[in-house]
Design a protein around this ligand. Sequence first.
Ligand code: PGA
Length: 247
Amino acid sequence: MKYFIGNWKMFGVPKSINILKKINYFIKNDDNKKKYLAVIAPPATLIQTFSKIFTKKYISISAQNCYHKDLFSSNTAALSPYMLKQVGASYVIVGHSDNRAEGETYDIIKEKIKYALKNKLKVIFCIGENKNEKKKKLTKTILKKQLQKSLSAHFKSNTIIVAYEPIWSIGTGMIPTNEELIDTIKFIKKTLKNIFKNKSIRVLYGGSVDEENVKNLKSIREIDGFLIGGASKSSKKFIDIIKNYYR
Ligand code: PGA
């Protein structure tokens, strides 16, 4: 099963539901629909409306983040995994570099994953090195640290998906070479197997994925799907990514 996950970031108002309707219509009529899952992460303001309409349809709804506490708390503006689950989210993105840059630590991410899983949200766990780390050839060291410090062998691994998103490739149009991706994703899968005692976990690629470069990315067997930012805000681009992947 492949994943096409759209991360809308700070984008979208109620009428943006039209984007999902077009994507849903495409999937409904797509001969390949059994081969993949489509997930859209709108801003939290839209989770309830979107999930009400798309539950039992072809798109699952994800939250873009959650707070690292379980139920209710006195933290202003915080949204717990429980609250997000109650309004219909079935996935949550955790550890996105945007949030890490704002001070999210390994421990906070670990708590987020723990409580998200407890509330039966599937976790899209983002990892990735920055430009400087890549230049210093620290990519694997960084990724290993991100995985080991925020995952626990006790987590239910079959509801965790890892998204490898090199920070230097997010929104820049630059993506790693095929050789780099194969090598890195194999490394991530191996590290995950060590943590989770040989259970295999899906690993997605994210960072400037679009309807053009997917024609090349699809040749990399190790990639189990994509986390798509900018291009997921357009129904046409998102649909073309799926179309070109199976062409
Ligand atoms: P991008 O974003 O596709 O716009 O590079 C990916 C992400 O940040 O998840």
